[in-house]
Design a protein around this ligand. Structure first.
Ligand code: ASP
Length: 334
């Protein structure tokens, strides 16, 4: 069962919808959690890859839980607006947050005045599937290949306008990483999420983007966007004929976006256990995992998706991004 309604509840809220699971028969042994709908804060605009994957996961997990999950889009500042709000929510398990490589790993090194600590203020719950990324231009663009784009960027530093989902978003991080690896410069154009950035890419207002495959795929199939190169280790059947960057132009260059569900620190253990169990159950549902795989999303094995592995992974990713940001010479925002 799925209810979909849009409504604006605050200036920063881009959209809101309810995903309703099925209610199981009452059982006295069931944990007291969750007794009412859960709010899932998605820190990017509706229609982007984070929003899409969060809704798919939320819908399946809500069925496993027998409770609704309400997706609330709180976009801005590369996802840190939503993260700040979620960090300050009551730690009762009724506000959860979709964190990712940007908000949970890179943000402390990109924003001098970050108002939350990804490790101290959040409890990791489970890790989502990973999404590979793809270098995109408008269909009919002057760039027919990744080599064309890199060559122009070398000859005319800053001429290419490159859309991102905001400073510190995964699309921004991947593009900065690309620029540093190829020793080129782009002019970045930040948006409140991939959704609005992609609209402008299709409309020709910006030249290129590097973003997740799951929302790029329908645009490429519909011939509105052209996929120049994938940033995965190998080619993907969903993008026939699209090479990887690592096979020619940039050997060793890989980029993907990881996600995790986090709760404000201090949530009761039953919350972590119940949600983790529901997600592990969801992973055994072939319809759910197949729908993710179809858009190129990599479904991770159960042993790496739990709260413990997600905590260790977040800590390691912080170290990695601290290094990448320093080596790329990216100036932190005031
Ligand atoms: N793809 C975005 C990012 O770069 C977020 C989004 O709009 O889903 O982080």
């Amino acid at each position: 069962m799925k209810h979909f309604k849009q409504m604006v509840v605050a200036p920063l809220v881009v959209g809101l919808s309810t995903i309703t699971g099925m209610w199981p028969a009452a059982n006295a042994k069931e944990p007291a959690y969750p007794e009412r709908p859960i709010t899932l804060v998605v820190p990017f605009a509706v229609g982007g890859p984070t929003d899409a994957i969060a809704r798919t996961v939320a819908q399946r997990v809500s069925v496993e839980l027998g409770q609704s999950i309400v997706v609330e889009n709180l976009a801005g500042a590369g996802g840190t607006v939503g993260a700040t709000r979620a960090a300050r929510a009551k730690p009762d398990g009724y506000t959860l947050f979709v964190g990712h490589v940007g908000t949970m790993a890179a943000a402390p090194y990109l924003f001098k005045s970050l108002k939350y600590d990804p490790i101290k203020d959040f409890t990791p719950i489970f890790r989502f599937p990973d999404t590979p990324m793809v270098l995109l231009v408008k269909e009919g663009s002057r760039f027919k290949s990744a080599a064309d784009l890199l060559e122009e960027a070398r000859k005319a530093p800053g001429k290419i306008t490159f859309g991102t989902a905001g400073v510190g978003s995964s699309s921004h991080l991947a593009a900065e990483h690309l620029a540093a690896t190829a020793k080129i410069r782009f002019t970045f154009v930040p948006y409140k999420g991939t959704g609005p950035a992609m609209t402008d890419l299709v409309g020709g207002q910006i030249d290129a983007m590097l973003d997740q495959t799951n929302v790029a795929l329908p645009q490429v199939q519909g011939k509105r966007l052209h996929a120049l190169a994938l940033t995965s280790q190998s080619r993907m059947p969903q993008f026939p004929g699209t090479p990887t960057l690592t096979e020619r132009e940039l050997p060793g260059f890989l980029a993907s976006t990881w996600y995790g569900i986090y709760a404000p620190v201090g949530v009761p253990k039953v919350v972590v256990d119940t949600l983790q169990k529901a997600y592990l159950k969801a992973l055994t549902n072939a319809q759910f995992t197949d729908s993710l795989k179809k858009s190129g999303i990599e479904v991770l094995p159960p042993e790496v998706v739990g709260a413990g592995p997600l905590r260790d992974f977040t800590v390691n990713e912080q170290k990695k991004w601290q290094r990448v940001i320093r080596d790329a010479g990216i100036e932190p925002q005031p």
